[in-house]
Ligand binder design. Structure first.
Ligand code: HEM
Length: 476
């Protein structure tokens, strides 16, 4: 009898627990009902299947609740998604909303530890973000190499950009070791949505269906990245053995600078933290930059008239044998306008990485309890007809004044905003500019493919569906 009573008691508590998990906090933003255990996961999965991607699904869903802000629940994690420019700005600037989530999916990148910059918060994040900004090159150090790039190589080059950022070795050295890892990174970007999916909320699924939930892929990627970055760090350590710790003039790159700081005894500067930062750079900077450039070339194929105008402007400032540099930016306003319009229409991170409330706070008049996760749907903002005239149309001229000069616009948040704004922004912008100009200077890009899709492939970062192009050299 005592067994039965114990069982019934447990069952009672379990049912109470299940019921409690469906109750929303007071004055929480509106959203779909929460089911026990899974929350709103099944609904979002269904909407993703219907609309093809998470950002479009959420953009549609908001109209049934509040077009500016909605709430969701994935497993036990409470999520808020914001859509209007005002609330997105608040999310990026309110001090209480600058934390990062701390779940299994996120910690898998760093061998189960909370380390690095992109997914940490508090004093560790602040200190290391500042250090990284100080030691990152603000432009591609070998920008002139773009001039010699062939189309097949530009993707590879942009994808190793993060390695170039932390490590000053010749790119050729890095290329040789990276091809497999770059392939895995693409698979990772396609296999997951920005929220991490079921693996983030139900980590035990990795024991039941490791392939299905993406665990095998993530493990293989993090093992290979770890080994590559570790090898690079070991090379740096070997060299620094012969150099005194007090010698500030020696750092060749970010890794050197970090190792010297370790030698000075600064205790948050550890091997794990250095590895994690290098991995962060790969994950944050690789697919984002190369996919942005892919979209830019896609738009040149789709809009040959714009391509011709861009080439005319490039030819007016760059001789046939000259190499592009980032300094040309002010002389090529149309190039800037085209690149920004591509980033508006095909923002590679349409749902920005999640922030976490570090204390109870308010957003848009609603209560946001501590540890709630918040994402901004940049896609909705970049297609908001109140901010953009005919947002579905490719119109680079929206970034130009009537006299053809560049027209700044403050409603484009492709790099985020506020204290967590992308710290690779300048590097990425210089890369995009130099490769875009370098390739259009040399080639006319056309296609015979009549069925090029404008609908991106979904994932953590979106990318164009594969398309065929013909490259016609512009000079013999
Ligand atoms: C076109 C290319 C890129 C785009 C569109 C992009 C976009 C973004 C966005 C939207 C964020 C999130 C801001 C937030 O959560 O509030 C971010 C963060 C970040 N990005 Fe980028 N990024 C790009 C390239 C790069 C590159 C090349 C690097 C480094 C080499 C980089 C490093 C980072 C880092 C470290 C963070 C985290 C900052 C933090 O949490 O403090 N990104 N990026």
């Amino acid at each position: 009898l005592s067994y039965i009573i114990t069982f019934l008691l447990y069952l009672h508590y379990y049912i109470l627990f299940l019921l409690k998990s469906t109750i929303k906090p007071a004055n929480f933003p509106p959203g779909p009902a929460w089911l026990p255990i899974v929350g709103t996961l099944p609904l979002i999965k269904k909407l993703c299947a219907k609309y093809g991607s998470q950002h479009v699904a959420l953009d549609k869903l908001r109209h049934s609740y509040n077009p500016d802000i909605i709430s969701l629940k994935f497993g036990s994690e409470k999520f808020i998604v914001v859509f209007s420019q005002d609330l997105i700005k608040d999310m990026f600037t309110l001090k209480a909303l600058q934390g990062r989530p701390d779940n299994f999916f996120i910690k898998m990148r760093t061998n189960g530890k909370r380390a690095g910059v992109t997914m940490t918060d508090g004093p560790l994040w602040y200190e290391h973000r500042q250090f990284l900004i100080k030691h990152l090159p603000q432009q591609h150090p070998r920008s002139n190499e773009a001039e010699g790039e062939s189309i097949p190589n530009y993707r590879r080059s942009t994808r190793i950009l993060p390695m170039v950022a932390v490590h000053s070795a010749r790119s050729g050295w890095v290329y040789g070791k990276l091809s497999n890892i770059l392939g895995l990174m693409s698979l990772r970007a396609r296999a997951f949505q920005i929220t991490g999916g079921p693996l983030g909320f139900f980590p035990w699924l990795r024991f039941i269906a490791p392939d299905l939930v993406g665990y095998t892929l993530l493990k293989s990627l993090s093992d290979q990245l770890y080994s590559l970055v570790n090898e690079t760090i070991m090379d740096h350590k070997e060299r620094l053995k012969h150099i005194g710790p007090g010698d500030d003039s020696t750092p060749r790159d970010f890794i050197d600078a970090f190792l010297l700081e370790m030698e000075r005894g600064n205790e948050t500067y550890t091997d794990d933290q250095l590895l994690a930062i290098c991995l962060d750079m790969f994950i944050a900077g690789s697919e984002t930059t190369s996919n942005t450039l892919d979209f830019a070339f896609l738009n040149m194929v789709l809009h040959p008239d714009v391509q011709t105008r861009v080439q005319e402007q490039i030819d007016s400032v760059l001789g046939p044998d000259e190499k592009p540099t980032y300094a040309l930016k002010t002389k090529l306003p149309l190039v800037e306008a085209v690149l920004l319009e591509c980033q508006r229409m095909y923002n590679v991170i349409p749902l920005s990485g999640a922030h976490r409330a570090t204390e109870d706070t308010k957003l848009g008049g609603y209560n946001i309890p501590k540890d709630t996760l918040i994402m901004s749907c940049l896609y909705s903002m970049h297609y908001n007809p109140d901010l953009w005239d005919e947002p579905d149309k490719f119109k680079p001229e929206r970034f130009l004044n009537p006299n053809g000069s560049f027209n700044y616009c403050d409603s484009l948040y492709q790099f985020g905003f506020g204290k967590r704004r992308c710290l690779g922004e300048t590097l990425a912008r210089s890369f995009l500019f130099i490769y875009f100009v370098g390739i259009l200077h040399r080639y006319k890009i056309t296609t015979r493919d009549e069925n090029i899709s404008r609908i991106p492939l979904p994932g953590i970062s979106i990318s164009p569906r594969p398309y065929n192009v013909i490259l016609v050299p512009r000079r013999s």
